[in-house]
Design a protein around this ligand. Structure first.
Ligand code: C2O
Ligand code: CU
Length: 474
């Protein structure tokens, strides 16, 4: 078995980028559409407040928050030239896409961050249909909080929209949580807020849907809609409800589920859900509600029905076409790997490895570390585990902290097993899983995508302050 050090990986990434440089088409060759990162402004807060300075993705000239929608059909190639016009290095991660390792954008593991003024060409095939998103994966606690995220929609090869029992139309809803001051500017001096990081993370005070606070979304009475809901917040878990809309869940993290009724949908950071709703024929306004954490359900967006009522739909919702691309688990011969989450306020850490040393609580916090995975904080030096290609891996994820975590594995999707905790249902396939305080959740995956893959908490404040590691498939 080969031992891959961090240096090898960085050198690998450097070698890779010089190949990309040689292969880079000339300026006249416009084969790769541009995805530019740039400072911009966006009207996030309600009318009457100033526009907010943000960092945004742009296609050509216009920068938007969230970034421009990328929409392809399953099996299509996605090609984008990242042009970095930010004052900081950046990289783009294509969250949930099972792509080749060098395109994963997981700086500094799979590529060096792209410095200001430089470019990087991303080129990969999106095999699996579903609702995904892309976001910055360098200094992401700051860069995602400043707005660097956008929707990535992979449509089914077989038609679903418009078929009997399916929706007639879809809406992508990117939900975000911003920490703004009284002038609607992003509060910038708290990127290293260890107090927040040791709790639930950086919590905002302004919620937006597609970059607008409390929008009204025009719909038709009687219409059946597919909502593609994406939680792009850095740290906020979003409990959501759609009262009077008979919501039925049809996919989680891009993967179809048998349509099922849902009352409350809990989306951790980076999680997605596709939900079918029926707009009533006879009422003019229905709402998407969020519980901001105090049990009061407040309005996040309004569906404003106008025009003639469409004929009602059959009550049964048409399931989405199956993926058919996930390898079958071999649980009998599974390689068992533990994932122990420790640290944070109320529990703390005892002795933890960090950058090759064993440190106590004070030394760790002095270096900005308050969390650990398997006894190591921010472990980029060595993989947490190695698996051979095709091996089934069963991970027992134990949360010994007082806070929930949203664990994300790059390059793979996994099945939630019977020990699924209070926030999951066994049998669901996901790429990010919520594990409640003091809960244990078991997941299993077929490690069939070769490379060095990050595994981290998607509460980005937790990731930054210790909850990050990686695994190797070779
Ligand atoms: Cu969505 Cu490692 O991230
Ligand atoms: Cu966490």
């Amino acid at each position: 078995m080969t031992t891959l050090s961090r240096r090898d990986i960085l050198q690998g990434a450097a070698a890779f980028s010089s190949i990309a440089l040689l292969a880079r088409p000339s300026i006249a060759d416009t084969a790769f559409p541009v995805l530019r990162t740039t400072p911009a402004t966006a009207q996030l807060a309600p009318a009457g407040y100033p526009a907010t300075p943000v960092w945004a993705y742009a296609t050509e000239a216009t920068a938007t928050v969230p970034g421009p929608e990328i929409r392809v059909t399953a099996g299509d190639r996605i090609q984008r030239r990242l042009v970095n016009d930010l004052p900081q290095a950046t990289a783009v991660h294509w969250h949930g896409i099972r792509l080749e390792n060098g395109m994963d954008g997981a700086a500094p593991l799979t590529q060096a961050p792209v410095p200001p003024g430089e470019t990087f060409d991303y080129d990969f095939v999106a095999h699996d249909p579903g609702t995904y998103w892309y976001h910055s994966h360098n200094r992401s606690t700051e860069q995602v909080a400043r707005g660097l995220a956008g929707p990535l929609i992979v449509e089914d090869r077989e038609p679903w929209l418009g078929e009997p029992g399916a929706a007639s139309r879809e809406l992508v809803l990117m939900l975000d949580d911003w920490l703004l001051d009284g002038e609607a500017a992003i509060i910038e001096d708290r990127w290293d807020d260890l107090h927040a990081a040791a709790h639930g993370g950086r919590m905002g005070n302004t919620a937006t849907v597609n970059g607008t606070a409390y929008p009204g979304l025009p719909v038709q009475p009687g219409e059946r809609l597919r909502l593609r809901i994406i939680n792009m917040a850095t740290d906020r878990i979003m409990p959501l409800r759609l009262p009077d809309l008979s919501p039925r869940l049809i996919a989680l993290d891009g993967h179809p589920v048998a349509p099922r009724d849902m009352e409350t949908l809990v989306l951790g950071p980076a999680q997605r859900a596709d939900v079918v709703i029926d707009i009533p024929a006879d009422s003019s306004a229905t709402r998407l509600l969020i519980d901001p954490g105090n049990g009061e359900w407040i309005e996040l967006a309004r569906f404003e029905a106008e025009g003639d009522a469409l004929p009602g739909q059959a009550s049964d919702v048409r399931p989405l076409p199956a993926w058919g691309t996930l390898a079958a688990l071999d649980l009998e011969n599974a390689q068992r790997e533990p994932l122990l989450m420790e640290g944070g306020a109320m529990r703390g850490m005892i002795e933890t490895r960090y950058q090759g040393e064993t440190l106590g609580f004070r030394e760790l916090t002095a270096r900005g570390m308050v969390w650990a995975l398997n006894g190591t904080a921010n472990n980029l030096d060595a993989p947490m585990f190695r698996a051979t290609v095709g091996q089934t891996v069963l991970m027992e994820m134990t949360n010994r902290s007082a806070f929930p975590h949203a664990i994300h594995l790059h390059g793979h999707h996994f099945e939630v097993l019977d020990r699924s905790g209070g926030l999951n249902r066994a049998g669901d396939i996901r790429d990010t899983v919520l594990i409640g305080a003091d809960e244990t959740v078991e997941i299993a995956l077929v490690a069939d995508n070769p490379g060095a893959w990050m595994l981290h908490c998607h509460m980005l404040s937790h990731q930054k302050s210790g909850m990050m590691g990686w695994f190797e498939v070779a």
